[in-house]
Design a protein around this ligand. Sequence first.
Ligand code: 13P
Length: 335
Amino acid sequence: MARALVAGDKGLLAMDESTPTCNKRFAAAGIPQTEEARRSYRELIVTTPGLGECINGAILYDETIHQTTRDGIPFIKILSDAGIIPGIKVDIGAKEMAGHPGEKITEGLDGLRGRLQEYFRIGTRFAKWRAVIALSDGIPSRGCIEANAQALARYAVLCQECGIVPVVEPEVLMDGEHSLQRCQDTTEEVLRSVFRQLSSQGVLLEGMILKPNMVVPGLKCVQQETAEKIAAATITCLLRTVPAAVPGVAFLSGGQSGALASTRLNAMNVSSNLFRSGPPWALAFSFARAIQQPALEIWRCQEANTVAAQKALYHRADCNRAARRGDYGAAMEAT
Ligand code: 13P
Protein backbone atom coordinates (compact mmCIF):
# COMPACT_ATOMS: atom_id res chain seq x y z
CA MET A 1 0.00 0.00 0.00
CA ALA A 2 2.81 2.44 0.84
CA ARG A 3 4.45 1.72 -2.50
CA ALA A 4 1.12 2.17 -4.28
CA LEU A 5 0.75 5.66 -2.78
CA VAL A 6 3.92 6.87 -4.52
CA ALA A 7 3.80 4.59 -7.57
CA GLY A 8 4.65 5.78 -11.09
CA ASP A 9 4.65 9.51 -11.64
CA LYS A 10 1.61 10.31 -9.49
CA GLY A 11 1.29 11.78 -6.02
CA LEU A 12 -1.12 12.53 -3.20
CA LEU A 13 -3.76 15.23 -2.99
CA ALA A 14 -4.21 16.73 0.48
CA MET A 15 -7.85 17.86 0.75
CA ASP A 16 -7.96 17.42 4.50
CA GLU A 17 -8.20 21.00 5.71
CA SER A 18 -9.86 21.00 9.12
CA THR A 19 -13.13 22.95 9.27
CA PRO A 20 -11.43 26.07 10.74
CA THR A 21 -8.67 25.97 8.07
CA CYS A 22 -11.14 25.36 5.25
CA ASN A 23 -13.29 28.23 6.51
CA LYS A 24 -10.22 30.49 6.60
CA ARG A 25 -9.47 29.70 2.93
CA PHE A 26 -13.15 30.17 2.03
CA ALA A 27 -13.33 33.53 3.84
CA ALA A 28 -10.26 34.76 1.92
CA ALA A 29 -11.94 33.79 -1.37
CA GLY A 30 -15.32 35.27 -0.41
CA ILE A 31 -17.02 31.86 -0.10
CA PRO A 32 -19.68 31.22 2.58
CA GLN A 33 -18.32 29.15 5.48
CA THR A 34 -21.08 26.54 5.64
CA GLU A 35 -21.07 22.75 5.75
CA GLU A 36 -22.87 22.68 2.38
CA ALA A 37 -20.24 24.93 0.75
CA ARG A 38 -17.47 22.68 2.09
CA ARG A 39 -19.31 19.57 0.83
CA SER A 40 -19.92 21.12 -2.54
CA TYR A 41 -16.25 22.15 -2.90
CA ARG A 42 -15.03 18.68 -1.95
CA GLU A 43 -17.51 17.19 -4.46
CA LEU A 44 -15.94 19.40 -7.14
CA ILE A 45 -12.49 18.05 -6.23
CA VAL A 46 -13.31 14.33 -6.11
CA THR A 47 -15.36 14.43 -9.33
CA THR A 48 -12.65 16.22 -11.34
CA PRO A 49 -12.43 14.31 -14.62
CA GLY A 50 -9.15 12.40 -15.00
CA LEU A 51 -7.94 13.13 -11.43
CA GLY A 52 -6.88 9.48 -11.06
CA GLU A 53 -4.37 9.96 -13.90
CA CYS A 54 -2.27 12.17 -11.59
CA ILE A 55 -3.29 11.21 -8.05
CA ASN A 56 -2.71 7.89 -6.23
CA GLY A 57 -4.32 8.87 -2.93
CA ALA A 58 -6.46 11.67 -1.48
CA ILE A 59 -6.33 12.72 2.17
CA LEU A 60 -9.76 13.60 3.56
CA TYR A 61 -10.97 15.20 6.80
CA ASP A 62 -13.47 13.52 9.15
CA GLU A 63 -16.36 15.74 8.00
CA THR A 64 -15.59 15.04 4.32
CA ILE A 65 -15.08 11.31 4.62
CA HIS A 66 -18.68 10.88 5.76
CA GLN A 67 -20.12 13.11 3.01
CA THR A 68 -21.63 12.20 -0.34
CA THR A 69 -22.17 13.86 -3.69
CA ARG A 70 -25.43 15.73 -4.21
CA ASP A 71 -26.68 12.46 -5.77
CA GLY A 72 -25.86 10.54 -2.59
CA ILE A 73 -22.70 8.70 -3.65
CA PRO A 74 -20.10 8.57 -0.83
CA PHE A 75 -16.89 10.47 -1.64
CA ILE A 76 -14.93 7.35 -0.64
CA LYS A 77 -16.69 5.41 -3.41
CA ILE A 78 -16.12 8.16 -6.02
CA LEU A 79 -12.40 8.15 -5.18
CA SER A 80 -12.05 4.37 -5.12
CA ASP A 81 -13.88 4.08 -8.47
CA ALA A 82 -11.38 6.59 -9.91
CA GLY A 83 -8.47 4.43 -8.69
CA ILE A 84 -7.61 6.87 -5.89
CA ILE A 85 -6.86 5.43 -2.44
CA PRO A 86 -8.82 7.23 0.32
CA GLY A 87 -6.81 8.56 3.27
CA ILE A 88 -7.68 10.49 6.42
CA LYS A 89 -6.12 13.19 8.60
CA VAL A 90 -6.22 11.85 12.16
CA ASP A 91 -4.42 14.45 14.27
CA ILE A 92 -6.66 16.98 15.94
CA GLY A 93 -4.39 19.94 15.42
CA ALA A 94 -1.23 21.63 16.62
CA LYS A 95 -1.83 23.34 19.98
CA GLU A 96 0.28 25.81 21.99
CA MET A 97 2.93 23.73 23.78
CA ALA A 98 3.06 24.21 27.53
CA GLY A 99 6.37 25.66 28.74
CA HIS A 100 7.47 26.38 25.16
CA PRO A 101 6.38 29.86 24.05
CA GLY A 102 5.99 30.13 20.27
CA GLU A 103 6.01 26.35 19.76
CA LYS A 104 3.28 23.79 19.12
CA ILE A 105 2.56 20.17 19.91
CA THR A 106 0.17 18.10 17.82
CA GLU A 107 -2.64 16.36 19.70
CA GLY A 108 -4.89 13.41 18.88
CA LEU A 109 -3.40 10.23 20.34
CA ASP A 110 -6.18 9.61 22.89
CA GLY A 111 -8.72 7.20 21.42
CA LEU A 112 -6.80 7.01 18.16
CA ARG A 113 -6.84 3.19 17.94
CA GLY A 114 -10.66 3.14 17.90
CA ARG A 115 -10.85 5.91 15.30
CA LEU A 116 -8.34 4.13 13.06
CA GLN A 117 -10.25 0.85 13.28
CA GLU A 118 -13.44 2.64 12.22
CA TYR A 119 -11.68 4.45 9.35
CA PHE A 120 -10.27 1.12 8.14
CA ARG A 121 -13.74 -0.44 8.29
CA ILE A 122 -15.16 2.24 5.98
CA GLY A 123 -12.36 1.81 3.43
CA THR A 124 -9.57 4.19 4.42
CA ARG A 125 -6.12 2.76 3.79
CA PHE A 126 -3.74 5.52 4.82
CA ALA A 127 -3.61 8.36 7.33
CA LYS A 128 -1.82 11.63 8.02
CA TRP A 129 -0.50 13.35 11.15
CA ARG A 130 1.16 16.77 10.92
CA ALA A 131 3.68 18.12 13.39
CA VAL A 132 4.57 21.80 13.13
CA ILE A 133 8.06 23.12 13.86
CA ALA A 134 8.51 26.89 13.90
CA LEU A 135 11.94 28.32 13.18
CA SER A 136 13.02 31.56 14.87
CA ASP A 137 15.53 32.94 17.41
CA GLY A 138 16.10 30.16 19.95
CA ILE A 139 13.51 27.80 18.48
CA PRO A 140 12.85 25.02 17.76
CA SER A 141 13.76 23.65 21.18
CA ARG A 142 14.85 20.06 21.79
CA GLY A 143 11.72 19.61 23.87
CA CYS A 144 9.42 20.57 21.01
CA ILE A 145 11.24 18.45 18.43
CA GLU A 146 11.34 15.37 20.66
CA ALA A 147 7.73 15.57 21.86
CA ASN A 148 6.43 15.99 18.30
CA ALA A 149 8.68 13.22 16.99
CA GLN A 150 7.45 10.84 19.67
CA ALA A 151 3.80 11.66 18.94
CA LEU A 152 4.42 11.02 15.23
CA ALA A 153 5.98 7.64 16.03
CA ARG A 154 3.16 6.60 18.40
CA TYR A 155 0.60 7.58 15.75
CA ALA A 156 2.52 5.70 13.05
CA VAL A 157 2.72 2.43 14.97
CA LEU A 158 -0.99 2.61 15.85
CA CYS A 159 -1.80 3.07 12.16
CA GLN A 160 0.25 0.03 11.19
CA GLU A 161 -1.42 -2.07 13.88
CA CYS A 162 -4.75 -1.19 12.20
CA GLY A 163 -3.54 -1.95 8.64
CA ILE A 164 -3.30 1.73 7.72
CA VAL A 165 -0.21 3.30 6.12
CA PRO A 166 0.99 6.30 8.15
CA VAL A 167 2.04 9.44 6.32
CA VAL A 168 4.48 11.00 8.78
CA GLU A 169 4.51 14.78 8.39
CA PRO A 170 7.02 16.87 10.34
CA GLU A 171 6.72 20.37 8.83
CA VAL A 172 9.43 22.96 9.40
CA LEU A 173 7.55 26.17 8.60
CA MET A 174 8.68 28.65 5.94
CA ASP A 175 7.78 31.74 8.00
CA GLY A 176 10.73 33.86 9.03
CA GLU A 177 14.00 35.37 7.86
CA HIS A 178 16.16 32.24 8.17
CA SER A 179 18.58 31.13 5.46
CA LEU A 180 18.48 28.00 3.32
CA GLN A 181 21.31 26.56 5.44
CA ARG A 182 19.40 27.13 8.69
CA CYS A 183 16.34 25.39 7.25
CA GLN A 184 18.54 22.50 6.14
CA ASP A 185 20.20 22.17 9.57
CA THR A 186 16.85 22.29 11.38
CA THR A 187 15.14 19.87 8.99
CA GLU A 188 18.05 17.45 9.44
CA GLU A 189 17.76 17.68 13.21
CA VAL A 190 14.00 17.13 13.08
CA LEU A 191 14.19 14.17 10.69
CA ARG A 192 16.94 12.52 12.75
CA SER A 193 14.76 12.79 15.82
CA VAL A 194 11.69 11.49 13.94
CA PHE A 195 13.49 8.41 12.62
CA ARG A 196 15.02 7.69 16.03
CA GLN A 197 11.52 7.69 17.52
CA LEU A 198 10.03 5.66 14.66
CA SER A 199 12.69 3.06 15.35
CA SER A 200 12.08 3.10 19.14
CA GLN A 201 8.36 2.57 18.62
CA GLY A 202 8.89 -0.30 16.16
CA VAL A 203 7.44 1.33 13.04
CA LEU A 204 7.96 -0.66 9.84
CA LEU A 205 9.79 1.78 7.59
CA GLU A 206 8.76 -0.08 4.42
CA GLY A 207 5.12 0.60 5.32
CA MET A 208 5.18 4.39 5.75
CA ILE A 209 5.50 7.57 3.70
CA LEU A 210 7.47 10.62 4.83
CA LYS A 211 5.84 13.99 4.15
CA PRO A 212 8.50 16.64 4.82
CA ASN A 213 8.91 20.29 3.92
CA MET A 214 11.23 21.14 1.07
CA VAL A 215 14.42 22.79 2.36
CA VAL A 216 13.85 26.46 1.48
CA PRO A 217 14.94 29.86 2.81
CA GLY A 218 12.44 31.67 5.06
CA LEU A 219 9.78 33.68 3.26
CA LYS A 220 11.35 36.90 4.59
CA CYS A 221 14.96 35.88 3.92
CA VAL A 222 16.65 38.46 1.69
CA GLN A 223 18.62 35.73 -0.07
CA GLN A 224 16.12 33.63 -2.02
CA GLU A 225 17.58 30.65 -3.91
CA THR A 226 17.25 28.94 -7.29
CA ALA A 227 15.25 25.76 -7.67
CA GLU A 228 18.53 23.89 -8.27
CA LYS A 229 20.02 25.05 -4.95
CA ILE A 230 16.82 24.18 -3.13
CA ALA A 231 16.77 20.75 -4.76
CA ALA A 232 20.41 20.08 -3.82
CA ALA A 233 19.87 21.19 -0.19
CA THR A 234 16.70 19.13 0.13
CA ILE A 235 18.14 15.95 -1.32
CA THR A 236 21.35 16.29 0.71
CA CYS A 237 19.25 16.69 3.86
CA LEU A 238 17.10 13.65 3.04
CA LEU A 239 20.06 11.44 2.08
CA ARG A 240 21.60 12.18 5.48
CA THR A 241 18.50 11.37 7.48
CA VAL A 242 15.92 9.18 5.71
CA PRO A 243 16.58 5.42 5.64
CA ALA A 244 16.53 3.74 2.23
CA ALA A 245 13.79 1.37 3.44
CA VAL A 246 11.22 4.20 3.26
CA PRO A 247 9.44 3.81 -0.12
CA GLY A 248 8.52 7.42 -0.69
CA VAL A 249 8.94 11.05 0.21
CA ALA A 250 5.85 13.13 -0.61
CA PHE A 251 6.51 16.83 -0.05
CA LEU A 252 4.02 19.31 1.39
CA SER A 253 3.82 22.66 -0.40
CA GLY A 254 3.74 24.81 2.74
CA GLY A 255 2.39 27.97 1.11
CA GLN A 256 4.56 28.02 -2.03
CA SER A 257 2.68 28.98 -5.19
CA GLY A 258 1.61 26.15 -7.43
CA ALA A 259 4.17 26.94 -10.12
CA LEU A 260 7.04 27.30 -7.63
CA ALA A 261 6.22 23.99 -5.94
CA SER A 262 6.14 22.25 -9.33
CA THR A 263 9.41 23.90 -10.43
CA ARG A 264 11.21 22.83 -7.26
CA LEU A 265 9.81 19.29 -7.34
CA ASN A 266 10.91 19.07 -10.95
CA ALA A 267 14.43 20.27 -10.08
CA MET A 268 14.62 17.59 -7.40
CA ASN A 269 13.68 14.84 -9.79
CA VAL A 270 16.11 16.17 -12.44
CA SER A 271 19.00 16.72 -10.04
CA SER A 272 18.50 13.44 -8.19
CA ASN A 273 20.05 11.89 -11.28
CA LEU A 274 23.25 13.76 -10.41
CA PHE A 275 23.67 11.68 -7.25
CA ARG A 276 25.58 8.48 -7.75
CA SER A 277 22.72 6.05 -8.20
CA GLY A 278 19.71 8.28 -7.64
CA PRO A 279 17.91 8.49 -4.30
CA PRO A 280 16.44 5.28 -2.86
CA TRP A 281 12.94 6.70 -2.35
CA ALA A 282 10.37 8.16 -4.77
CA LEU A 283 10.32 11.99 -4.73
CA ALA A 284 6.59 12.68 -4.91
CA PHE A 285 4.10 15.31 -3.77
CA SER A 286 1.30 15.58 -1.25
CA PHE A 287 0.17 19.14 -1.87
CA ALA A 288 -2.94 20.94 -0.68
CA ARG A 289 -2.65 24.64 -1.55
CA ALA A 290 -0.23 24.12 -4.48
CA ILE A 291 -2.87 21.95 -6.20
CA GLN A 292 -6.12 23.49 -4.98
CA GLN A 293 -5.62 27.24 -4.69
CA PRO A 294 -6.27 28.31 -8.33
CA ALA A 295 -9.36 26.06 -8.47
CA LEU A 296 -10.74 27.52 -5.25
CA GLU A 297 -10.29 31.06 -6.54
CA ILE A 298 -12.06 30.25 -9.81
CA TRP A 299 -14.94 28.38 -8.15
CA ARG A 300 -16.03 30.95 -5.53
CA CYS A 301 -19.06 28.78 -4.78
CA GLN A 302 -20.63 29.43 -8.18
CA GLU A 303 -21.96 26.32 -9.91
CA ALA A 304 -21.25 27.89 -13.31
CA ASN A 305 -17.51 27.94 -12.47
CA THR A 306 -17.26 24.26 -11.58
CA VAL A 307 -15.90 23.01 -14.91
CA ALA A 308 -13.27 25.77 -15.13
CA ALA A 309 -12.24 25.11 -11.53
CA GLN A 310 -11.92 21.38 -12.18
CA LYS A 311 -9.73 22.12 -15.21
CA ALA A 312 -7.48 24.30 -13.05
CA LEU A 313 -7.25 21.57 -10.41
CA TYR A 314 -6.41 18.93 -13.00
CA HIS A 315 -3.80 21.23 -14.53
CA ARG A 316 -1.91 21.64 -11.26
CA ALA A 317 -2.08 17.91 -10.56
CA ASP A 318 -0.82 17.22 -14.08
CA CYS A 319 2.06 19.73 -13.70
CA ASN A 320 3.18 17.91 -10.55
CA ARG A 321 2.93 14.59 -12.30
CA ALA A 322 5.25 15.98 -15.01
CA ALA A 323 7.56 17.28 -12.26
CA ARG A 324 7.92 13.77 -10.89
CA ARG A 325 9.33 12.74 -14.26
CA GLY A 326 11.49 15.87 -14.51
CA ASP A 327 9.38 17.00 -17.50
CA TYR A 328 7.75 20.11 -16.02
CA GLY A 329 8.61 23.52 -17.45
CA ALA A 330 7.22 27.02 -17.93
CA ALA A 331 5.72 25.89 -21.25
CA MET A 332 3.17 23.83 -19.34
CA GLU A 333 1.84 27.00 -17.70
CA ALA A 334 1.38 28.76 -21.04
CA THR A 335 -1.18 26.27 -22.33
P1 13P B 1 0.14 22.35 1.86
O1 13P B 1 0.58 21.64 0.60
O2 13P B 1 -0.86 23.46 1.60
O3 13P B 1 1.29 22.75 2.72
O4 13P B 1 -0.68 21.30 2.69
C1 13P B 1 -0.14 20.05 2.84
C2 13P B 1 -0.71 19.46 4.05
O5 13P B 1 -1.36 18.45 3.99
C3 13P B 1 -0.47 20.13 5.34
O6 13P B 1 -0.73 19.25 6.36
